[in-house]
Structure formats: structure tokens, C-alpha cells
Design a protein around this ligand. Structure first.
Ligand code: UDP
Ligand code: MG
Length: 324
């Protein structure tokens, strides 16, 4: 196994072909619909029939866990993990991936906005060996508030500019991954998890599938506009130290400007130009010089903070796709 992490369940005996990882937060109305729809599609084929469904209850406050247990009683392929409180979708995905045993793992939402009907096609793409991951993106944002679409678009633009990874516009967390790929994701041991960045970071060959936006099957979205803003900022800070570099560049610029100002003031003073207030020239020089130095050193400090930040994330140095 090329990469290993503390989280990985490792190769399991009697591993199913497919693991579905489903994060659920207050989804009591969606669980049954999801289970039925997934089975209806996946039972049609020999390979996709050999599956496990891992529901991760992310600290739901409604009857989600009860619904999941009901399903698990009836269907031995249903497994579940239930969090002590709401830890967020990223944590739920991580727990599900770590618990998965399948040769292939699919992550998808409980609300059927990630249509299970695409899974067989995605499996064929990855099973061929040419691709390690089948990813999906929404090509339309129909049914979404305009402001939200605008901010989402701006985010993808910004992210591709400042981070050294390509975050695809409209990419969903709906993915089918090979075992090597899942282990690479699990080897990303950072606390500030931002899947939309982690997926492109680990590399590998990804085949993209596109589909139109689907309305939620039941319940309502768990993301407020504010949550999404925080999520987006989190993503930028997790994958880019450019914001820190901006501070450092500004510091240098300010310092240089200060030097220019100081020269001008000194020359004016020495050349005998009249200054209105006594001591004005020397005071301004001191203020500009010291604040310039301060910003400049803050900039230097920022560079070390950035380096420390990348070090503490302890991301793998490299990820091997295959070797002899
Ligand atoms: N979710 C979760 N924890 C959270 C928020 C959401 O596990 O704190 C799950 C949710 O149950 C759903 C998926 O993440 O299965 C996507 O959430 P949602 O459908 O609300 O987001 P949207 O599709 O509106 O972007
Ligand atoms: Mg949804």
C-alpha cells in the first residue's frame, strides 16, 4: 500500500466491492428514500450489489439515527456511525472513509441531490484501471438564489488564483474512488479539512461526470449563507498562504514609500523650504520609518508563520500511484 495513515481500515477480509459513505445531519425524512433509491439502482448489477452503506449521523437532533437503525435491522449491508454532536460534513466524510472497507468508495449526500443512478457509470470508469476517481460537477445552478451563485462563482475563481490547486467550479463531494485514492485522502491528516481542496491536492487521474442540479428529496439545506462564507474562507486559508504573503508585500511597499517620503522631506528641509510647524519634518520621518519597519517585520514573521503552517499540517511529501 503506497500511503498509510492511522485512519485507514486497511484491506479487509471479504471486502465488499462498493462502500457508500453518506453524511447525514437532520435527515430523518431522507434516509428511507435514499436507501430505497440506492438499492433500486445498485441491485441491478452483480458488482454493485456487493455493497455496504455507511450512514454517518453527524449529531442529528431529529430521528435520523432511529431511521438509520431501522434500516440497519432490515438490511445487513447498512452500517452506521453516530457522532456525539454535530462535527460538520467534513468530519462525517472522514469518519465514513476511514470505516469503509470496499474496493471502491462512493461519497454522496443523503438528500438524493447526488443521483445514485450515476454510480454504475462511475464504477465502470474507475474499474477499468485508467482512472482512480470519478468525480461529478453540476453544470447548472438552477433553483439556487442568484446571490449564492454569484458568491460561489467568485469563490471558485479566487481559489484557483490563490491556491496552487485547481478547484473545479460546481464540483460536488459526490465521488467514486479507488482504494489507493481513499488511502491518499486519509493520509491527509490535517485538522482544517477542506475536501474540495484535498481531492485535487492528492492528484491521481480523475474522470469528470456532469449533471444538472437536482432538487433535494426531503428536508432542507443545512447550509446558511453565513456557513458557506466561513466554509469558503476556511478553504482559502487551508490551501493558500497567499493572504500572508500579501501582508508581507504591503509591508515592503510601505517601508519603501516611507524611505521616499523621508528623502523628500529631508531634501525640502535642507533646501530651506519653509515648514509651517516646528518639528513637523522630524516627527513625520520617525512615524513613517518606524511604522514602515514594523509592517516589514510583520511581513517577515508572516513568512515563518506560513512555513510553520505548512509543516504542522504534515501532509504527505508525495503520493505514489503505482510501483513495481
Ligand atoms: N451534512 C452533514 N453535517 C452538517 C451539514 C450537512 O453531515 O453539518 C450532510 C447533509 O445531511 C447532507 C450533506 O451533508 O447529506 C449535504 O448537505 P446539504 O444537502 O444540506 O447541502 P447542499 O446540498 O444544500 O449544499
Ligand atoms: Mg443537498
Amino acid at each position: 500500500m503506497p500511503v498509510h495513515s492511522d485512519y485507514s481500515a486497511g484491506p479487509a477480509v471479504n471486502a465488499p466491492v462498493l462502500s457508500l459513505v453518506v453524511p447525514c445531519f437532520n435527515e430523518e425524512a431522507a434516509i428511507a428514500l435514499f436507501h430505497e433509491e440506492a438499492l433500486k439502482i445498485l441491485e441491478q448489477r452483480e458488482d454493485t450489489r456487493d455493497l455496504e452503506i455507511i450512514f454517518v449521523d453527524d449529531g442529528s437532533r431529529d430521528g435520523t439515527l432511529r431511521e438509520i437503525k431501522k434500516r440497519a435491522e432490515r438490511d445487513g449491508r447498512v452500517r452506521y456511525i453516530s457522532f456525539s454532536r454535530n462535527f460538520g460534513k467534513e468530519a462525517a466524510l472522514l469518519a465514513g472513509l476511514a470505516a469503509s472497507r470496499g474496493r471502491f468508495v462512493v461519497t454522496l449526500d443523503a438528500d438524493l441531490q447526488d443521483p445514485p443512478a450515476l454510480i454504475p457509470e462511475m464504477l465502470d470508469a474507475v474499474n477499468g484501471g485508467e482512472y482512480d476517481c470519478a468525480a461529478t460537477r453540476r453544470v447548472t445552478r438552477r433553483g439556487e438564489p442568484l446571490v449564492r451563485s454569484f458568491f460561489a462563482r467568485s469563490f471558485y475563481y479566487l481559489m484557483t488564483k490563490v491556491a496552487e490547486i485547481e478547484v473545479v467550479d460546481g464540483a460536488r463531494d459526490f465521488r467514486l474512488m479507488s482504494r489507493v485514492y481513499v488511502d491518499a485522502i486519509l493520509a491527509m491528516d490535517e485538522r482544517n479539512r477542506f475536501s474540495k481542496g484535498i481531492f485535487p491536492w492528492v492528484g491521481f487521474k480523475t474522470k469528470w461526470f456532469e449533471y444538472e442540479n437536482v432538487k433535494r428529496s426531503a428536508g432542507e439545506t443545512k447550509w446558511s449563507f453565513w456557513n458557506l462564507m466561513i466554509y469558503a474562507l476556511n478553504g482559502i486559508f487551508a490551501f493558500s498562504s497567499k493572504p500572508l504573503a500579501i501582508a508581507s508585500v504591503l509591508g515592503i511597499l510601505f517601508f519603501l514609500t516611507a524611505l521616499v517620503f523621508i528623502s523628500v522631506i529631508m531634501i525640502k528641509k535642507l533646501a530651506g523650504y519653509r515648514v509651517n510647524v516646528d518639528g513637523w519634518a522630524s516627527s513625520v520621518c520617525i512615524i513613517l520609518f518606524t511604522s514602515g519597519i514594523q509592517l516589514f517585520t510583520v511581513g517577515i514573521l508572516g513568512q515563518y508563520v506560513a512555513k510553520t503552517y505548512t509543516e504542522v499540517k504534515r501532509r504527505p511529501h508525495y503520493i505514489i500511484r503505482e510501483s513495481s
